[in-house]
Write a protein of this length. Structure first.
Length: 254
């Protein structure tokens, strides 16, 4: 028996092996109903932790203290009416709690500064629940009130987000109803790179409305203000579905 096993292993070792990552990625691209339920559960629990952390945060606290509170709330039992109990078991990734200028650094994970009055606080954090990750980023005023300039910039980014969501949910920038602009729309099949290009243009338009000046062929938005992708897939991995070509990376929403 041992000889047969050794022979099989030797035979396999001599064959040319190929990477099955692409095939596995394609299988994981569309989630099953059970997976969708778990992903929604992870997102609900992390969203609750974000909301409570916003209410908890005050000027004078350290970024580390805010991070600790987020972890605490995220792991608490939460009944999200999904029939599945328990909080997140662990962080999905190293969290970012960035106040003031620290928010200008992508993936600032030192979390070692004191939060000052009048500053904005960016939290990029999410929990992992039953093996599925969540990834949420939110920005809010430490003093519970935006300055006029902060409010304008926040609203500009929020407008871009709403436009992108409308495209994904309805295939159009026009809302389907005044009461709920995302209700009833069919899922739009659009590549992630295409959505990113649209979001870049939306942001440029919003900033120009506020008085920003950009050259016709300038890449200031992409290279300086927005040097990252609009989003990424999540699932068992924090960055799901990586490795596909752009034309294959269609977004499917469940």
């Amino acid at each position: 028996m041992s000889f047969e096993v050794d022979s099989i292993l030797l035979n396999l070792a001599e064959r040319k092996r190929r990477d099955l990552g692409k095939e596995v990625t394609m299988l994981r691209k569309v989630k099953s109903p059970a997976e969708s339920r778990l992903m929604k559960g992870a997102a609900k629990r992390s969203a609750r932790a974000h909301t409570l952390t916003m209410r908890y945060t005050r000027p004078g606290m350290s970024e580390a203290e805010v991070e600790s509170y987020f972890h605490h709330v995220c792991t608490q039992t939460y009944d999200a009416d999904d029939g599945l109990e328990g909080g997140c078991q662990r962080p999905a990734y190293v969290p970012v709690v960035a106040s003031g200028r620290n928010a200008l650094t992508i993936h600032h994970t030192s979390n070692n500064q004191l939060i000052q009055d009048g500053e904005l606080v960016l939290i990029d954090a999410g929990g992992e629940w039953n093996g599925y990750a969540s990834d949420i980023t939110r920005t809010f005023p430490a003093s519970n009130k935006f300055t006029p300039a902060q409010r304008e910039l926040y609203q500009a980014v929020l407008n871009v987000q709403k436009k992108c969501l409308s495209i994904l949910c309805t295939g159009s920038l026009q809302p389907t109803s005044a009461a709920d602009p995302l209700k009833g729309g069919e899922s739009a099949k659009i590549t992630l790179p295409a959505l990113h290009r649209m979001s870049t243009q939306f942001l440029k338009e919003e900033l120009e409305t506020l008085g920003f000046k950009f050259d016709s062929y300038s890449r200031e938005v992409e290279d300086i203000l927005y040097p990252h992708l609009v989003g990424h897939g999540v699932g068992i991995d924090l960055h799901e579905s990586s490795g596909m070509r752009d034309e294959e990376y269609a977004l499917f929403f469940v």
